[in-house]
Design a protein around this ligand. Structure first.
Ligand code: HEC
Ligand code: HEC
Ligand code: HEC
Length: 344
C-alpha cells in the first residue's frame, strides 16, 4: 500500500485558507448561526478538504462530507483542545489544529460548519492502494471491527461519543491506513483522557502494517450504503440489587452501583464486554464463574483493570491499563465491585 503523500500544503493553499478566515471573520460576524453561515465558513476548509468535502490526498486532508454530525463536532473539539494533533510526528493533525482554532464555539461556528458539511453528498471513494489481501482483511474486520463500526461499516450513532463509532464508508484508503497506524503508535488517540481514542487503539495496538493494509483493502470493497438512521436509545439499566453480605470487606453496595455507571459510561468497559458484562467477540463474559486471567477475587479484579491485559488468552486486540481511560483508583475499586457482583 502506498503511504499517504505528506507533501506540505503549498504557501498558496495556506494563504487561501487564512485569507478566507479573515474575510469570513470580518464579514460574517453578524450573521446568525446556521447552514448559510456554515457554507461561508466552509470556504476556509475547502482549500484542503476540497469544494465537495471529499478530501485531497496530496494534502492528506480526509473526506469530511459523509461523516456524522456528532463525529465532526467531536473531532473539531478534540483538535481545538489539543487532544488530537498533539504529537510532534503527526504532520497532518498539526496542520488541522490551527484551522480548528479559527472556529469559535460561542459564535456557533462549529455547529454552523458541521450543519453545512453534513448536508453535502456522501463521497464515493475510489481505492488508490495496490496490494492488501481483501479476504484476510474481511476476517480481521469481522473479528476486530464489526462489533463497533457495524458489519456494514456505517458505525454506531448515539448520544455519547466515547461509546459510538464513526462510519468508515466515506473515507479513502490512504486516510484509513494512516489513521490506523497513528492509533497503533499512539500518535492519535493516546492523549490522557481520550476515552474514544483509547477504545479505538485497543483493537489495533500490535497490528502489523500488512494487517492494516488488508483490513483497509476490505473496507474499500464494502457496499456504499446511505447513512444509518440512529436507532432508539438503549433501555435504561435496571437498578442494581446486591446482597451486601456477599461483598468482601471494604466494598459497599453504593460502590457497586457507582461501578455500574462507570462500566457503562466513562470506563468504556461496555464497548468490549457489552451491556451488563455479557461478553462478546472482543472480551469475555464477566457474569459466569469462568475466569481466564485471574481467580475472580475482588483484589484480582482491581489489579487487572489497573494493569490491563496486554496478551489476551482467547480474544483479539488488548485491554489497555484502565481501559485506556483516565478513571481514578477509587473509580477502579467501584467498577471492580460491580464486576465482582456480576458472577455472584
Ligand atoms: C491546511 C489544510 C486544512 C484546512 C484548511 C482544514 N483542514 Fe481539516 N484536516 C486537515 C488534515 C490534514 C486532516 C487530517 C488529520 C489526520 O490525519 O489526523 C484534517 C482533519 C479534519 C477532520 C477529522 C476528520 C475525521 O474523519 O476524523 C475534520 C472534522 C476536519 N478536518 C474539519 C475541518 C473543517 C470544518 C475545516 C474548516 C473550518 C478544516 N478542517 C480545514 C487539513 C485541513
Ligand atoms: C471497541 C470499539 C471499536 C473497535 C473494535 C474498532 N473501532 Fe474504529 N473507532 C472507534 C471509535 C470510538 C473511534 C473514534 C475515535 C476517536 O475519536 O479518535 C474510531 C475511529 C476509527 C477510525 C477513524 C475514522 C476517522 O474518520 O478518522 C478508523 C479508520 C477506524 N476506527 C477503523 C477501525 C478498524 C479498521 C477497526 C478494526 C481493525 C476498528 N476501527 C475497530 C471504535 C472502535
Ligand atoms: C478494548 C476492549 C476492552 C475494554 C474497553 C475493556 N476490556 Fe476487560 N478485557 C478485554 C480483554 C481482551 C480481556 C482478556 C480476555 C482474554 O484473556 O481472552 C479482558 C479481561 C477483563 C477481565 C478479566 C476476565 C478474565 O476472565 O480474565 C476483567 C475483570 C475485565 N476485563 C474488566 C474490565 C473492566 C472493568 C473494564 C472497564 C474499565 C474493561 N474490562 C474494559 C477487553 C476489554
Amino acid at each position: 500500500m502506498t503511504r499517504p503523500n505528506t507533501r506540505r500544503p503549498s504557501n498558496t493553499t495556506l494563504a487561501a485558507a487564512l485569507l478566507a478566515i479573515l474575510t469570513i471573520t470580518a464579514g460574517c460576524s453578524g450573521s446568525a448561526p446556521g447552514i448559510a453561515r456554515g457554507e461561508a465558513l466552509f470556504d476556509t476548509c475547502a482549500p484542503c478538504h476540497g469544494d465537495d468535502g471529499a478530501g485531497d490526498q496530496e494534502l492528506a486532508a480526509p473526506a469530511i462530507a459523509g461523516s456524522s454530525d456528532w463525529y465532526l463536532t467531536y473531532q473539531i473539539e478534540k483538535f481545538q483542545e489539543g487532544v488530537r494533533g498533539y504529537h510532534y510526528t503527526d504532520a497532518e493533525g498539526l496542520r488541522m489544529r490551527p484551522m480548528s482554532r479559527a472556529l469559535f464555539a460561542d459564535r456557533g461556528d462549529i455547529e454552523s460548519v458541521v450543519e453545512y458539511v453534513f448536508s453535502l453528498p456522501i463521497p464515493d471513494p475510489v481505492p488508490t492502494a495496490e496490494g492488501g489481501d481483501v479476504e484476510a482483511g474481511e476476517a480481521e474486520y469481522a473479528a476486530l471491527c464489526a462489533n463497533c463500526h457495524g458489519i456494514d461499516g456505517r458505525g454506531i450513532d448515539g448520544a455519547v461519543p466515547e461509546l459510538n463509532a464513526p462510519s468508515l464508508l466515506h473515507l479513502n484508503d490512504w486516510y484509513i491506513a494512516s489513521s490506523l497506524r497513528k492509533y497503533r503508535d499512539g500518535v492519535r488517540g493516546g492523549s490522557p483522557g481520550d476515552a474514544a481514542g483509547a477504545v479505538m487503539r485497543s483493537p489495533v495496538v500490535g497490528m502489523s502494517d500488512e494487517r492494516i493494509d488488508d483490513v483497509t483493502a476490505y473496507v474499500m470493497t464494502m457496499r456504499r450504503l446511505p447513512r444509518r438512521i440512529p436507532g432508539p436509545p438503549p433501555e435504561p439499566l435496571p437498578e442494581l440489587i446486591v446482597d451486601a453480605s456477599i461483598l468482601p470487606e471494604g466494598v459497599t453496595v453504593a460502590m457497586a452501583r457507582e461501578g455500574q455507571d462507570i462500566f457503562h459510561g466513562e470506563g468504556v468497559c461496555v464497548t468490549c464486554h457489552l451491556r451488563q458484562g455479557a461478553g462478546g467477540p472482543l472480551a469475555p463474559d464477566l457474569t459466569d464463574d469462568v475466569w481466564l486471567n485471574i481467580d475472580g477475587e475482588y483484589e484480582s479484579i482491581v489489579n487487572i483493570v489497573t494493569t490491563g491485559v496486554p496478551q489476551p488468552i482467547e480474544h483479539p486486540g488488548q485491554m489497555l491499563a484502565r481501559a485506556g481511560t483516565a478513571i481514578t483508583d477509587d473509580q477502579i475499586r467501584a467498577v471492580a465491585a460491580y464486576v465482582y457482583t456480576l458472577s455472584r
